[in-house]
Design a protein. Structure first.
Lengths: 200, 372
């Protein structure tokens, strides 16, 4: 066992511990802000796993997309809504938790079974390392062109949908505003202080 | 220029001669360049802080610091020392853990990005293949730290500042990445070393700034916005938000933000010089120079001369840009938040997309000059 191998093993163990405990904490913690920050940590640990597999481009893309964009947007959404408000107690929360816990354990057992009975090809194919960027580009523009384009159309649709939703929120009808003016206090009407449009 | 002096080789050889294994010698080598770069980054910050104080004083017709050392050159050290011994205050109703982790998350990615800054042919910590992409990815972690410290301070100003910082950082990252992409397309590589190499074929005429003038301006604007320098320092706009996400911070935690800001500024200036101003390249080609005095390029003397010239050139170019940034800070007014976001999304983004497309078509039309 040489130094390089043992370093890799130690890194792998630490990263997997972070991923497993982190994702459990994301699901189980009561404070939604902690969950969101921990999610970022889990994404980063996954990027670390990619690095261990010599896929540095994928690791950087993982950080850029998941940590830099997805997680920041999640945090944004959480911080814009008032989280001091106590949530109403939901009926039958315990049974719901039990059922979802059962479903998750079932899924876990299924995946474990698959990973144990599959005959993995060990050691796997050697990584291409630095060449990966070119190889990914080549595949995206030749044999994976169609899935790539379909994915981008999907994203475009999501974006247009988001714009349509955000627009509708802003255009408050004039009689609604007049309604508000006649009211004594504005407190019971919920006006979005920071609508989606003010953050575009 | 690949052969010649190899410090790593001679170091590992020397340690192996002391009776250690090759791997152990390598392990001993790894922290050395990192330490060197960390120290030079901090020194770079001290110099920048001093410059900022002196230039702002000159811009406002004051004298600025003058008692600490000659021309007040030790003033930044005194500032740092003061922050070091100040009491570390955590507000009573703040979130302890997030309050502490926030500044660290802001500082660490910035320092990690120094991994890819080349000061010479082999004078960088690691010539990773994804090079400049690593910097873009790492700089996208920063907004999380800002949001974290803004949220955990339990202060309206802090939260607003954190949200603004994150919004600004997301919106300026896209034109920044597109400007970098145009450069990458011309040099056919993400590696910072290759990008500089490709610019040093014909002295200063082959610098990217001549082929990418629009990209240069976009990159510089976005870099200033990412550093939260004055035309774009909305997250900490003093008149509106006290100090933004830094409001509740004191002592060393505040110093971390301060340090991160200035390290980021120096880093951005270095990257502009690497991407657009030929990095370590001297305006006149070194090959031509060495043939003039009749020495081979692999001669140790020429190598040492070329390496020190490279370091001096990189730092000189970077500090010229830092000077420009400081002048901008003390002479321009701040933009409004809606102007800032409009500039990012409605102006810089389309322009950088057009720039990318034009670069691609020029590359197809003139493969000789645009790196086919």
């Amino acid at each position: 066992m040489n130094i390089a191998y043992s370093t890799e093993l130690i890194c792998f163990l630490i990263l997997s511990a972070v991923i497993v405990s982190g994702s459990l904490a994301v699901v189980l913690l009561e404070n939604i802000v902690y969950s969101a920050f921990l999610l970022g940590g889990v994404f980063m640990a996954v990027a670390g796993l990619y690095l261990l597999l010599n896929a540095s481009f994928v690791a950087a893309a993982q950080i850029l997309v998941y940590v830099g964009a997805v997680n920041v947007l999640i945090l944004f959404a959480i911080m814009l809504v008032n989280n001091r408000e106590k949530l109403k107690p939901i009926e039958g929360l315990k049974t719901r938790k039990l059922i979802s816990g059962g479903v998750c354990t079932g899924l876990l057992i299924l995946l474990l079974r698959v990973s144990i009975i599959t005959k993995w090809n060990i050691p796997g194919p050697t990584s291409i390392g630095e060449e990966a960027t070119e190889r990914i580009g080549e595949h995206l523009f030749t044999d994976y062109l169609l899935p790539f384009e379909v994915a981008s159309i999907l994203l475009l649709m999501a974006m247009i949908g988001a714009i349509v939703l955000a627009r509708r929120e802003v255009s408050i009808p004039t009689d609604y505003i007049n309604d508000l003016k006649t009211k004594k206090s504005l407190d019971d009407k919920k006006i979005p202080l920071l609508s989606g449009n003010s953050l575009k | 220029m690949n052969s010649g002096i190899d410090l790593e080789m001679s170091f590992t050889q020397g340690v192996q001669n002391l009776g250690l294994s090759h791997e152990l010698a390598h392990l001993l080598w790894i922290p050395l360049p990192m330490l060197l770069v960390l120290v030079s980054a901090v020194i770079g910050v001290l110099v920048t802080v001093w410059l900022e104080r002196k230039i702002s004083a000159a811009a406002q017709q004051r004298i600025g610091p003058e008692y600490a050392g000659a021309l007040g050159i030790l003033q930044p050290m005194a500032d740092g020392l003061k922050l070091l011994v100040k009491e570390d205050i955590i507000p009573a109703r703040a979130d302890n853990v997030l309050f502490t982790v926030g500044p660290i998350l802001v500082l660490v990615p910035v320092i990690l990005s120094w991994l890819i800054v080349p000061f010479g042919q082999n004078l960088l910590i690691s010539n990773v293949g994804i090079g400049i992409f690593l910097w873009i990815a790492l700089s996208s972690i920063q907004p999380i730290g800002l949001l974290m410290s803004g949220y955990s301070s339990n202060n309206k100003y802090s939260l607003l500042g954190g949200l603004r910082a994150a919004a600004q950082s997301i919106s300026y990252e896209i034109p920044l990445a597109l400007a970098v992409l145009a450069i990458v397309m011309m040099s056919n590589s993400l590696s910072t070393v290759d990008i500089v190499e490709q610019q040093n074929t014909a002295g200063f005429l082959s610098w990217n700034i001549w082929r990418q003038p629009v990209g240069f301006i976009i990159f510089w604007i976005c870099a200033l916005a990412e550093c939260e320098r004055l035309p774009f320092d909305l997250p900490e706009a003093e008149e509106e938000l006290v100090a933004g996400y830094q409001t509740e911070y004191a002592g060393m935690k505040f110093a971390l933000f301060y340090l991160a800001g200035y390290i980021n500024l120096v880093l951005s200036a270095l990257l502009v010089s690497v991407l657009y101003l030929g990095g370590w390249g001297f305006p006149i080609s070194i090959d031509w120079f060495s043939s003039l005095i009749g020495l081979s390029i692999d001669n140790p003397l020429v190598q040492i001369f070329a390496a020190s010239l490279g370091i001096v050139m990189t730092i000189l170019k970077a500090y010229l840009l830092v000077f420009l940034a400081i002048l901008l800070r003390w002479t321009t007014p701040r933009v409004r938040i809606d102007q800032l976001l409009d500039l990012g999304w409605k102006f810089l983004l389309p322009i950088s997309l057009v720039n990318l497309l034009v670069t691609a078509s020029l590359k197809l039309a003139f493969p000789m000059t645009f790196g086919g």
